[in-house]
Design a protein around this ligand. Sequence first.
Ligand code: DGL
Length: 284
Amino acid sequence: MGRVDKFKKDMNFKKGSIGVFDSGFGGLNILKSILKKNSDYDFLYLGDTARVPYGTRSQGVVYEFTKQAVDFLFNQNCKLIILACNTASAEALKKIQQEYLPIRYPQKRVLGVIVPTVEEAVEATKNGRIGVIATEGTVISGAFEKELVKRNPRVKVFSQAAPLIVPLIESSGNSPELIGMILKNYLEPLMKKNIDTLILGCTHYEILENEIRKIVGKKITVLSEGEIVAEKLANYLERHPEIEIELNRNSKRKFYTTDLTDKFVNLGSKFLGEGIKAQKIILN
Ligand code: DGL
């Protein structure tokens, strides 16, 4: 037994879960990929379905809501939280990491989905022209652009807010023609910029990845976040044994939502690829 292990055993330390937070159930899509790669850890998912969408809200409100979610998940003994929501990652993560955690939870960590995706994008691009589609909030925050340029000041970033895609995915019975038309409306302006890499910067978009690939063609590398985040999480846990040691590995899953509707259960199960039983909670 290592020194850290022994210390925690002596302290009667209680191990905990990895929390995954999203504004709704889109994050279940990210969790699906995370589980494929990191299946033995315990996971606790929280979707703020009562207040979704975050993508059209102000930065201040997204920060407050995300902070409440972080409090809830840490109170449930999560040791590490992944903000699967791009809008929360773009508009709340930095402030939470820099101002909130040091005061309230100095031993705990909150990670987002933007940095892992950006790291992959700067590796993938050959011509340095990267497109991003995301919610309005994420695009206005400029978070993808800032992180991309920080890693490679020569890249050119073209961002496109795509506010109709989330409702399109969440409503059933849309014809392939309508889906194609809406996607083309957002993608064609980016294609005209001669991008060679496209970031799908929202939890939901992976669901339409095949349709998006058909429109943009083979010459554009399409990056969706699930697999990237799963890979980076595994890597993070390897590099941070002090966090990893705190995690239970009993493959337990718990699902919480702020509004329990049939839609959450049905669409959520579709996103996760397996049935879910969710419990309703109140965030404040
Ligand atoms: N989960 C959000 C995101 O990834 C999309 C839905 C919303 O607007 O809340 O940005």
